[in-house]
Design a protein around this ligand. Structure first.
Ligand SMILES: [Zn+2]
Length: 143
């Protein structure tokens, strides 16, 4: 499952505290920030690595998003419960809720918020159904 392990990116375990996340991010950001690669140091910072830890921090430092992400990881482990694999364009955008929606066979739906779409850079997202245990794989190609 191409789901980034943000805990790994921040060199943390999934049981870490909010304080651990902050400390780890600060430490790594200092090491990896592109602006830090000044003339005195010949080791160029890795921008993609920096982007990844920034993304990891943005997700894990927000308790709401972290919860969602943890759930997403658990859902991804249940790969046999994949209902369908679709493109983002197959989802219906509900403007009032700023959410993309896709019907599940249980009668409920898969909901992907605009916020989550913004905070996630992975090419594929795992969306759990609101009611049952199926997940929807959404490819965001060409969004
Ligand atoms: Zn369902």
């Amino acid at each position: 499952m191409p789901l980034h392990n943000y805990y790994e990116s921040l060199e943390l375990s999934s049981q870490c505290s909010a304080e651990d996340i902050k400390e780890s991010y600060r430490r790594l950001a200092k090491q990896l920030h592109p602006d830090k690669s000044n003339s005195s140091s010949n080791s160029p910072a890795d921008p993609s690595r920096f982007l990844l830890i920034s993304e990891a921090y943005r997700v894990l430092s927000n308790p709401e998003i972290r919860k969602e992400y943890d759930k997403c990881r658990r859902d991804a482990e249940k790969a046999h419960l994949i209902y369908a694999e679709v493109d983002l364009s197959d989802l219906v955008y509900l403007e009032d809720f700023a959410t993309f929606s896709y019907p599940c066979r249980c009668g409920d739906s898969y909901c992907l918020s605009q916020d989550r779409l913004k905070t996630t850079r992975t090419p594929q997202l795992v969306i759990p159904c609101s009611s049952c245990s199926f997940v929807l794989l959404v490819n965001r190609n060409g969004e």
